[in-house]
Design a protein around this ligand. Structure first.
Ligand code: PMT
Length: 409
């Protein structure tokens, strides 16, 4: 099962007795780390109250397509863009028919039509309704349109009949939603990622550091996990929890980060240096807290080891991706780093007040010897997935090119 940490899941609830399970579905999705918003159809409101779903999701429930007050400032297009995935559970026969037709006459169907993210339905209905040729034809259309179909299960039904049409249990739905994010693009590969700032001690209580929160690096590590990689995350001091299913190693200084990277790099197929590593550190760390006895003081600094350059210089080197934090001339500076450090890709981002460091959103310019790709401003989790998809494609291309070269007679 993949992780749902930082995923935005829009749960659509339609009219059916299984709607009573929606509160549990919301709870389980949140336990798996997802942020959840709920859209209810008019039919759903006959079975469960909006208040219940608001209480368990922690957000107002969205019900009306054209009611600005009820939408609380989040219209159908914003909801469609917000969602990383849409799960409709339970999905009634009527809703499946409307989705198959591409209708957009209520909020939920409009969101499903407007989103670029994956959409899945968990059918729940009487077994005769499920088996009916019309429902089966709608099902075929939904599959053809790349809508995920979760279930249904077979068993005794609320109407007293027995057969297919029971909604899957919330725990099964959460596992299937997690799998929507599992791309398999990095199956069998090991990825080492650095993240966060470093702390260069001046004395026992003071140090040199920067504003990196670790959000970007942790998102990259999580996206690599989702893509099937074994991930080693080497993190400077952050307040973020360890990502699920990554092996996280906490370090403090640039030297410790360098040593931890080199202790694990022999196994790595891909290295991604997202950390904002200090370029300089004090030449001496005072044993005791420095007293303010002088009007002015000068700190003597020396260069820290360049972790990225040292990885790229290994023979053989892993596929090496560096980041570049720039305030100006993004592509030009990134291209310099690409050439001088002999990297495969430089992911350049503009930094400054409210840009890059500490923010929830970011954009990247991916600079390679013969290409430049722009990944526009978006939440860091989504941006990281796009970066990992790009890296995986380039890694595969580089390695299949090597295989072809070796095979040439
Ligand atoms: O953590 P967040 O708050 O989410 O912010 C994300 C970020 C802005 C920190 C991130 O997107 C980013 O830009 N990371 C790189 C920051 C940086 O130090 O850039 P740089 O241009 O100074 O360094 C270039 C590359 O060399 C980086 O890959 C860096 O990890 C690496 N480096 C730098 C110095 C050093 N001694 N060793 C290194 O490996």
């Amino acid at each position: 099962m993949g992780t749902l940490t930082n995923k935005r899941i829009l749960l659509g609830v339609t009219g059916g007795i299984a709607a009573y399970k929606s509160a549990d579905t919301v709870r389980r999705l949140r336990e798996a780390g997802a942020e959840v918003r709920v859209v209810m159809t008019a039919g759903a409101a006959e079975f469960i109250t909006a208040l219940t779903l608001q209480a368990v999701s922690g957000h107002p429930v969205h019900q009306q397509l054209l009611d600005t007050g009820a939408e609380a400032g989040m219209g159908h297009i914003e909801l469609a863009r917000w969602a990383d995935a849409v799960l409709v559970a339970p999905a009634s026969a009527n809703f499946m028919a409307r989705l198959a037709q591409g209708r957009a006459d209520d909020l939920l169907s409009a969101v499903c039509l407007a989103t670029e993210s994956p959409v899945a339905v968990a059918p729940a209905m009487n077994q005769q309704m499920w088996s009916n040729a019309a429902t089966q034809a709608n099902l075929a259309t939904l599959k053809k349109n790349s809508i995920g179909i979760f279930g249904p299960a077979e068993g005794s039904q609320a109407c007293g009949e027995v057969g297919p049409g029971r909604m899957l249990e919330p725990t099964e739905l959460v596992a299937l939603v997690s799998d929507l994010f599992a791309s398999g693009e990095l199956d069998g590969l090991t990825v080492v990622v650095t993240a966060g700032p470093t702390w260069e001690a001046v004395d026992p209580v003071r140090g040199l550091t920067n504003r990196s929160s670790g959000k970007m690096g942790y998102a990259v590590a999580e996206a690599a996990v989702e893509a099937g990689a074994r991930v080693i995350l080497i993190s400077g001091p952050t307040s973020l929890p360890d990502p699920e299913r990554a092996h996280t190693i906490r370090v403090e200084s640039a030297q410790e980060m360098h040593d931890a990277v080199h202790a694990h790099i022999a196994d790595a197929d891909i290295f991604i240096g997202v950390a904002a590593v200090a370029d300089y550190r004090p030449t001496q760390i005072a044993k005791d807290k420095i007293k303010k006895t002088q009007e002015k003081m000068t700190l003597d600094l020396e260069r820290t080891p360049d972790i990225l350059a040292s990885v790229a210089a290994l023979k053989p080197a892993p596929f090496t991706v560096g980041f570049a934090a720039e305030t100006e001339n993004l592509e030009q500076h990134a291209r310099q780093k690409l050439a001088t450090k002999n990297l495969d890709i430089v992911a350049a981002n503009r930094v400054g007040a409210d840009l890059g460091f500490g923010t929830d959103e970011n954009s990247l310019l991916l600079v390679e010897p013969a290409a430049v790709t722009e990944l526009p401003m978006q939440p860091k989790a989504r941006l990281a997935r796009a970066l990992i998809a790009h890296v995986a494609a380039r890694y595969r291309a580089k390695h299949s090119a090597k295989v072809h070269t070796l095979r040439r007679p």
